[in-house]
Design a protein around this ligand. Structure first.
Ligand SMILES: [Fe+2]
Length: 310
């Protein structure tokens, strides 16, 4: 018996869906170009039950203005298709966009869920933002916390959550039917992998998480959280690939790349990257499950900007 039952069960679930012995989800991507984020609506065609993964609340940093234009497109699609939303899933506490999960929940329902280790992220960033005791660090802002190997479903489609730390300590991949939503672990094969230098990130862990995902069948559909094009060779955005394509062709982590080589590459590359443009607003909001800070006595909400800290 292998020591990784969660991957074995996930692989079996994918094989059954690919063979037509279990339902496959219908996946629709909404790509948010300002933040390069792929939001997915995942629907069980037979029951009309659905999940939304990694939604975006539009945010204009210079003016401090938020907007629900992108989220409203998703709501219009869900209503057009007559879907019932059961889950609002986050792969992790994003550092590059604000989540629209609370707004979608208000309009469509569904449980907001993330990985159980979000508490580690809340601990670190609770300190960064000098949050008081009114900010719980136990993940209780979310409706559901997934542990590694936890099963759930989207209508009749079987699903499983896999803990895939490295980019952050709390990253989760969701394997739904024949499809894996891998968050910020791998990007398109020609682009490589996610950075691992945020507080709590770890390139060794990221490598092991990716190798674990690569144990899924080659035909597993893989959906990414972001795409930045791999210029100059690719001029269009792409967000869907397969485990086989990643295993054989991912420029950072294809089969044969050792953990030490990956960590050396990742660490050198991360040292050249600037902090994401929206990290401070994003994490401040996303660690609260996407809820904006409470308004002050004048009715206005404020975000904090720690100086000389990150
Ligand atoms: Fe991320």
């Amino acid at each position: 018996m292998s020591d990784d039952r969660a991957i074995e069960i996930s692989a079996e679930q994918v094989r059954r869906a690919l063979a037509g012995d279990a339902p496959r989800p219908e996946v629709t991507c909404f790509f948010n170009e300002p933040t390069f984020t792929a939001t997915y609506v995942i629907a069980d065609p037979s029951t009309g039950r659905a999940a939304i993964i990694d939604s975006v609340l539009d945010f204009d940093q210079p003016s401090g203005r938020t907007s629900t234009e992108s989220a409203d497109e998703i709501i219009a699609f869900v209503e057009l298709k007559g879907l019932t939303i059961d889950w609002l899933l986050e792969t992790h506490a994003h550092a590059d966009h604000l989540s629209a999960a609370p707004y979608l929940q208000e309009k469509l329902g569904g449980k907001i869920a993330i990985g159980r280790d979000i508490s580690a992220v809340q601990e670190v960033f609770g300190r960064v933002f000098n949050e008081g005791t009114q900010f719980p660090r136990d993940g209780s802002q979310f409706d559901h916390l997934f542990g590694d190997g936890d099963s759930f479903s989207v209508g009749d489609v079987a699903a499983i959550a896999l803990h895939v730390p490295g980019h952050t300590p709390a990253d989760v991949a969701y394997v739904i039917g024949d499809s894996a939503f891998v968050g910020d672990t791998m990007f398109m094969p020609d682009y490589g992998t996610a950075r691992a230098d945020f507080p709590g990130g770890d390139a060794h862990q990221l490598y092991r998480s990716i190798r674990r995902l690569m144990k899924l069948p080659d035909e597993t559909r893989v959906f990414l959280c972001h795409d930045y094009k791999a210029l100059p060779n690719r001029t269009h955005f792409a967000w869907e690939t397969t485990i086989g394509a990643q295993r054989t062709g991912n420029v950072h982590v294809h089969e044969g790349v050792t953990e030490d080589a990956f960590v050396a590459m990742r660490t050198a590359r991360d040292a050249t990257l600037d902090m994401p443009h929206l990290i401070l607003p994003s994490v401040q909001v996303n660690m609260r499950a996407g809820h904006l800070p409470e308004p002050e006595e004048n009715g206005t909400r404020y975000l904090k900007l720690p100086l000389d800290l990150l």
